[in-house]
Structure formats: C-alpha cells, structure tokens
Design a protein around this ligand. Structure first.
Ligand SMILES: Nc1ncnc2c1ncn2[C@@H]1O[C@H](COP(=O)(O)OP(=O)(O)OP(=O)(O)O)[C@@H](O)[C@H]1O
Length: 493
C-alpha cells in the first residue's frame, strides 16, 4: 500500500493534492500544521511511503519537520512545497536532504512524477547495499573527498556503500575514494542538482555516470554534453532544440539535449565555458523545468536531473563575473570534489590493474602486470593528466610490449622518443607532422610531459586516419566528444 503524509496549512492545497494522489491509488494522511504532522507521524510514520510538506507552517518551519523525519524515519523520502519562484527555499530544502521540491501552483503531472520518484527513492533506500569495492581493500589515509555540509556528508565511520548497479566502477581503495562512493550513493537518491569539481581527467564524468546509474533514473538516458566544445552560436539550439526553419540551415526540427535526456540525467561538462547569455536561459530551464526550443513560442516541460562539472574554480568564475551567481547557486546544491590522482597514490595499483585489464580485454590478450619497480616509478610521477594520463601511458606501454610483465622501461622507452620526461619540444607536436598539418595546431603548449605524450598520440592517430576524427577517436579509445574537446583545448582548428 502506498501512503503519503501531506502537510500544508491551506485547505485547498491539501485537498487538491489528496484528490490527485488518491486517483493514483495513494492513501493520504493530512495535516495542517507541524503539531498535527508530528502526531500523524507518531501514529503511522512507519506505514508511510513519502511525505510532502509546505515550507511555511503556522507553528514552524517545514525544514524542522524534514529534519525530524530524517532522524526518525531516515528512509522516508520528503519533498517540499515552495511558493513559485522561491529558489532559496528549494535549494535549502534540497541541501537539507529533501529528495525534491514542487512549486505552487501544483500541477497534476508534476505530482505524478513526484510520486513516481518518491517510490523509486524508497526502493533504492530499502535495497541492500552491495559493495563491489570491498575486494579492493581500504586505507586509513584520511584523504578528503570533500563532500560538503549537510546530510550528504559521508561520515568517517560510514560503511562503504559500494557501487550497487553501476556499470563502470569507480576504482580506488583510498579513503578519499571510499568517501566519494558513499556520497555518490547518497546523492543518487535525490533529485538535487550536483556539481562535480576536480582537475581534468580525475573521473568527473565517471562520477556523474555513477550518480545516474545508481539513481531512480537509471532506466532513462544519461546525456553528456561538453559545453566548451560546442560553438557559442549553436549552444542554444543544441541544448534546447529548434523548430524547422528557425534559422538559416535549420532544415529539420531538432529536439535538443534537454529533451533527449527526458526521464534521465543531463551532464553539463565544463559548464564554466557556457557563454553568459546562455547561462540565463539555462537558469530558467532549471528553475521552471521547461525549455523553449529556438523559434517556438510554447515552452515544453522537462523531467531531467542536472549534473554539472568543471575543472575550473567556479567560485572564481563568479567573482570575475564570468559565471552568474544565481546559476552557480542553483547548480551547486550538492558539490562533490574528485581529488587529483597525486593526492591518492594508494589508488595506483588498483587503477593500473583495472586499466591494464580493460586494455588487454580490448586486444584479446591476457592482462599484463607492472613490476614493483614500475609501480614505484609511477608513484613518483606528478600525473597532471590524472587517471586519463595514466590510461594513455599504460595504453602506449601495452601496445609496445609483448610480454605479460611491464617494467620501468616499458613506461619510459618509446621508439623515437626515449624521453618521457623530456621537454615539451622534444616530446612535442612537430615530430613527424606534415607541413600542412603543422599549421593547424594552435599555440597552446602541453602543460606536462603526459600531456605532450597525449598530444603526440592524438596527432599520430589523426595522421594515420587522414584527419578522420571519428576513426582517430576510435583508435585512441576516446569518444568523438573527448577528442574534439582535446583538440579545442589545444587550440587545434
Ligand atoms: N576511479 C576511477 N576508476 C576507474 N576509471 C577511472 C577512474 N577515474 C577516472 N577513470 C577513467 O579515466 C578516464 C577519464 O575520466 P573522466 O572522463 O571521467 O574524467 P574527467 O574528470 O571528466 O575529465 P575532463 O575534465 O577532461 O572531462 C576515463 O576513461 C575514466 O573511465
């Protein structure tokens, strides 16, 4: 039986919600104030499937009720009702652990979605935690994965909640990664927007995927979009879609990425790169949960969870006026920080084994192992490219080694380049590049030996495929999006 507690001092609203939910077969308990809500909870709290409470009640604050429910019935999903446009209240509630919010006037469709999401959140909560990570052991390094304030804090004694149904596990036995996994499992249960920060290649997209895969939206699409890789003039129609004939060249109607992510999650990578004009439109889409395709008058309702990420410091971008404060506030309801690889070197052995296993599987060969010397050599590197840099290095090593043991030389000796640690110029882009290609490379020098190595590999793949980017990306084991992103980052036309 599905039962709901509805707390609102306005009789009309209570009645309207109850009528709508009863139509969906839900038993409704009604309360007009905090005192009555407490009494109902004491009597039938354990039979409830979810609670919907107004923020402002005659005898107190809906957030107090949320807090009490979190203490006494931690598995009971609570959504809050906010007045239209009350962004602050909604954000406070989400930070305090509400799984979602609805704005007045409440629409039947929105209630149905809320009911569906609440029931899914409840199922996720009561599912036994399976940990695919225990096998990797643990460490007491005390590294801080930096999930922040509020109920999403992963306490130091919390058990590792593992990756449950996630398809691509987030590897790493360090305390930092354990805490990150715990936090991911918690935030997956809410609809709150999540912002993921961390250096390039640390695994931000992987974290976003895990949040999606462990959430009630896992059956829906996960749509990643690199905001920095789409030309400014196309971003609006890419995100929100356009009508046929909306502008020159719009031969077909285009649904846009928001609508493509309907029922699932939209991952806005490198969100700091969004032009200011578009930021206003994004804010509106998130707040109203509606998008307006270019050239259309009508807005289209959307049901999409927003996960965003950037390797840039968004606080600084806000200070510099490059990023709207109101959008930052709305995206950053929950912030997750992925630590750089050099701050969690105890993850190296497990990560190397995982990456080598994946690479070997792709090449249908038994996975090679690193010698202890190779591992300690790796542990001395600075890894500016983080896990992606490590992947590139191991891919190169495995491609050039036949045996099943990789020593230091497999990581450092590359034909035509015995200088993994050499200067950017020696390692650089001009080696072997034909004159007509050379001019297409921008002036952005590699920021590390690893990046120089990455640039070399990309250039060589592009040359081998006569600059067929899709094919080059396939050979490099990158998505086309990832390749485009790198080329844009390095200033390649
Ligand atoms: N903890 C991890 N366990 C397993 N694989 C990982 C882990 N972290 C990162 N990776 C792998 O490293 C690569 C880079 O990760 P990802 O694309 O998620 O990084 P990112 O931070 O989003 O990078 P960018 O900022 O450049 O977009 C991917 O192939 C990913 O699968």
């Amino acid at each position: 039986m599905t039962a709901c507690l509805i707390v609102d001092d306005e009789l009309d609203i209570r009645t309207l919600i109850a009528l709508s939910l009863r139509r969906e077969g839900v038993t409704c308990h009604l309360a007009a104030d905090l005192a009555s809500a407490r009494a109902q909870l004491a009597e039938s709290g354990h039979t409830l499937s979810f609670c919907l409470t107004d923020m402002r009640l005659p005898d107190g604050d809906g957030l107090d009720l949320l807090d009490e429910i979190r203490q006494r019935f931690p598995d009971l999903p609570v959504a809050v009702i906010t007045a239209h446009g009350q962004v602050d209240a909604a954000v406070r509630a989400l930070k305090a652990g509400a799984f979602d919010f609805v704005s007045k006037p409440i629409e039947q469709l929105v209630l149905k979605r809320l009911l569906r999401d609440a029931l899914k959140a409840r199922t996720l909560d009561s599912a036994p935690d399976q940990s695919s990570q225990h096998a990797l052991g643990s460490s007491a390094s005390g590294q801080d994965a930096a999930p922040r304030e509020g109920p999403f804090d992963a306490g130091p004694n919390a058990a590792d909640m593992g990756q449950g149904a996630a398809k691509s596990p987030l590897i790493g036995p360090s305390r930092a990664m354990q805490m990150l996994r715990e936090t991911i499992a918690k935030v997956a249960r809410s609809q709150a927007p999540v912002f993921i920060c961390g250096e390039s290649g640390t695994g931000k997209e992987l974290v976003a995927r895990q949040i999606h895969e462990l959430s009630g939206r896992a059956d829906g699409p996960f749509i990643p979009v690199n905001c920095g890789a789409i030309p400014a003039e196309l971003i609006e129609s890419e995100l929100f879609g356009h009508k046929k004939g909306a502008f020159t060249g719009a031969h077909q109607a285009h649904e846009g990425l928001f609508r493509a992510a309907e029922g699932g999650s939209l991952f806005l990578d490198e969100v700091a790169d969004l032009p200011l004009g578009l930021q206003v439109k994004l804010l509106r889409a998130i707040q109203e949960r509606k998008v307006r395709p270019v050239g259309e008058y009508a807005e289209v309702p959307i049901d999409v969870r927003i996960i965003s990420a950037s390797h840039q410091d968004l606080n600084a971008a806000v200070r510099d006026g490059r990023f709207r404060h109101d959008l930052f506030y709305r995206l950053n309801v929950i912030e997750l920080r992925v630590p750089p690889l050099r701050a969690r070197l105890e993850d190296l052995p497990a990560l190397c084994a995982h990456i080598l296993g994946k690479l070997a599987e792709r090449e249908h060969r038994p996975p090679p192992h690193l010698t202890p010397e190779a591992l300690s050599w790796l542990a001395q590197q600075s890894f500016e490219g983080n896990v992606r840099g490590l992947e590139n290095l191991l891919e190169r090593a495995i491609a050039l080694t036949e045996g099943d043991l990789l020593g230091v030389s497999a990581l450092t000796d590359f034909p035509g380049d015995n200088s993994f640690d050499s200067s950017a110029e020696q390692n650089g882009l001009h080696l072997g590049s034909p004159p007509d290609v050379k001019s297409t490379w921008g002036a952005t020098p590699p920021s590390s030996a690893l990046e120089a190595e990455e640039q070399r590999q990309v250039l060589s793949a592009l040359e081998m495929t006569r600059w067929n980017r899709s094919e080059a990306a396939r050979r490099l084991g990158l998505s086309l999006r990832q390749l485009r992103y790198r080329l844009a980052k390095w200033g390649v036309e």
